[in-house]
Unconditional design. Structure first.
Length: 315
């Protein structure tokens, strides 16, 4: 071994064997071989640097860990969480990525903080990942208005988050997700109760949200929040998907389109300034809007599946 004499090579081999195969601690190895724990640590580090020791991780998650690093570097994220893509259908995908998103929120949310909640099937699945802790002073706030006759209504999702987190306050946006005209939106938003709501919504400590794609199967379209005619018109205008209740173009700008002037969600730019936004979404249909949102730096933590992550990293 270049740079290592025979005695040190033998010692390194013994240290590596005891550490990785017999699973002794560095202190136990030092005692057995009559050397210090510091020297054990130095030998292990030297072995890695020289390529004499290689650790092979052979689990279904090894590729996911690599993708997490690539996503973090490519899009300047604080953290990426990638899970294996389920072999069966969208319903399993919602659960596969929703659960770790809920677990993450449970881990980082602190007493006295407020959580802004998006909507959709993936957000609903995230509830199953929430870990019950003895939270105190938590506030949960919906970032979307309601959708009639929906199994994943934002009202219900927000209430379920609040119950699971033992929140002291649960704020609902008591309006439709989209109204009939910009004038109706302006009239409703001008009421004191809504002005206060919007101000408070922009002060949340963390947001957990998803994105909407432009297919006919997208949740906001399939459930009637946006009509099929509006979807086609938005697509012709250059929309790649929806984020924070606004339809964005490829560069991440809010389209100057009537639908975007009818949404009842809080101010888009204000929401983008929230310091801790967690985005959870997956599926090939969502790749265009996900790439746009990630490139613009609108989010800090991203939870997705391996197939989606791989396609997001393609040039």
């Amino acid at each position: 071994m270049v740079g290592v004499d025979d005695n040190e090579s033998q010692l390194l081999s013994r240290v590596a064997w005891l550490y990785f195969n017999e699973e002794l601690t560095q202190a136990e190895i030092g005692d057995r071989l009559g050397i210090t724990r510091l020297k054990v640590n130095r030998l292990l580090q030297m072995g890695r640097e020289m390529g004499l020791i290689r650790v092979i991780i052979n689990t279904p998650f090894k590729d996911c860990v690599a993708l997490e690093g690539q996503l973090t570097r490519e899009f300047g994220l604080v953290r990426a969480i990638v899970v294996p893509t389920p072999e069966r259908g969208d319903r399993h995908l919602y659960d596969a990525i929703g659960r770790p998103a809920g677990e993450y929120v449970s881990q980082v949310l602190e007493d006295g903080q407020s959580l802004g909640v998006g909507w959709g099937k993936t957000i609903r699945a995230a509830i199953n990942g929430l870990t019950v802790r003895s939270f105190r002073g938590i506030t949960v706030t919906s970032l979307y208005g309601g959708v009639p006759k929906s199994p994943v209504n934002p009202f219900d999702s927000t209430a379920m988050f609040a119950r699971q987190l033992r929140a002291e306050v649960c704020n609902h946006l008591a309006a439709p997700m989209f109204v009939s005209s910009p004038e109706v939106r302006a009239t409703i938003a001008s009421q004191d109760i809504f002005r206060t709501y919007y101000q408070d919504a922009l002060q949340v400590d963390m947001i957990l949200t998803a994105v909407g794609d432009m297919t006919a199967q997208a949740t906001n379209i399939a459930l009637g929040a946006v009509t099929h005619e509006q979807r086609r018109d938005l697509a012709r205008a250059g929309a790649v998907g929806e984020f924070f209740g606004r339809f964005l173009d490829e560069d991440g700008n809010v389209l100057d389109h009537p639908v975007n002037h009818c949404g009842m969600s809080p101010d888009f730019e204000g929401l983008c300034k929230v310091p801790h936004t967690v985005l959870v979404s997956g599926g090939m249909a969502k790749v265009p809007i996900l790439k746009t949102v990630l490139k613009r730096g609108y989010v800090h933590v991203f939870v997705t599946d391996a197939t989606t992550a791989t396609n997001l990293l393609k040039p």
